[in-house]
Write a protein that binds this ligand. Structure first.
Ligand SMILES: [Zn+2]
Length: 302
């Protein structure tokens, strides 16, 4: 092990498989696993003549030894890669979930392509029974995002667009990825410091937060329940408002958001962190329960 890789591994506590991957495939000891994977992927893209924004992934799969693809309806995940033999040269079988949306299937294909590099570079760990390595999984997610939403191209495409739900859909459609995957990529490239909230419609007075892309899930409620109702009835709404949730029985946490909301099926999508010039209404105007003490976050703070 080179000294700098050893230092880095103690600093970031690289898992064994990621450390070996970095040591063996890195152009220099100071390379980090992400840039190594990025380089391997761009070499692969060059080798298969990958030019369009939404290329078919099959050519890349066969270049990486994925020789068979099976669509299944059983199994709990989106897909998995299975080696055909005991070495990289035998190739792989890819299992994909037949019922998953197209964008999810593409992300899974790209993610599994990234795993093939670990089989190739660290075979002694990958070709024997092994638990899933969280760092390898994160790297493969990074690699999938890199493959499907290349940084340079996405930076160019995102630059002229306002931060809005329409722009998010436009970008996601353009790269054939889900809006959640696009949101996460825009955040990781520090292009949009936004959060995407998925509110499930229960009734006009009750919107339940299902999930959030871009920040930790907390059981937020709207401080002013009229805001989501307006968005729901109109199909669109944007402005400033507050979210709140109880920290404990006596203390509420508030969060100021500048948002763009759009109704999609039974979901109210709310993008927060959109640029806004208007000043939000004062918190006291929107607080429903005066009994709780207030701990207000800054604009769009987590
Ligand atoms: Zn994986």
């Amino acid at each position: 092990m080179t000294e700098s890789v050893a230092n880095r591994s103690s600093e970031y506590r690289l898992s064994k498989i990621v450390r070996l991957f970095a040591e063996r495939a890195g152009p220099s000891a100071s390379s980090d696993p992400k840039s190594i994977l990025k380089k391997l992927l761009s070499e692969m893209k060059r080798a298969v003549g990958w030019r369009t924004k939404t290329p078919r992934l099959e050519a890349a799969q066969s270049a990486r030894g994925v020789l068979q693809t099976h669509y299944t309806i059983d199994g709990d995940g989106d897909g998995r890669l299975e080696p055909i033999g005991t070495t990289f040269d035998y190739g792989f079988k890819l299992y994909l979930n037949r019922n998953a949306p197209k964008t999810r299937v593409r992300f899974t294909q790209a993610h599994e392509i990234c795993h093939t590099f670990f089989y190739q570079i660290v075979p002694e760990l990958k070709f024997r029974p092994h638990p899933e390595d969280a760092q390898e999984e994160r790297l493969c997610n990074f690699g999938a995002a890199e493959l499907l939403m290349p940084e340079r191209s996405l930076r160019e495409d995102a630059k002229p667009l306002p931060r809005s739900i329409d722009s998010l859909f436009l970008l996601a459609d353009g790269y054939c990825v889900s809006i959640e995957a696009m949101m996460s990529r825009l955040r990781s490239l520090q292009l949009w410091n936004c959060e995407l909230y998925f509110w499930h419609y229960e009734s006009e007075r009750d919107f339940v937060l299902d999930r959030v892309a871009g920040s930790r899930y907390l059981p937020w409620k709207w401080s002013d329940p009229a805001v989501p109702v307006r968005a729901w009835r109109n199909g669109r709404h944007s402005g400033h408002s507050y979210l709140e949730h109880y920290v404990d029985r006596e203390c509420k946490h508030f969060k100021s958001i500048s948002f763009d909301a759009r109704r999609e099926g039974a979901t109210l999508l709310v993008l927060s962190g959109v640029a806004g010039s208007r000043v939000p209404p004062p918190l006291w105007q929107v607080i429903q329960d005066e009994g709780a003490t207030c701990r207000a976050g800054g604009p769009d703070s987590g």
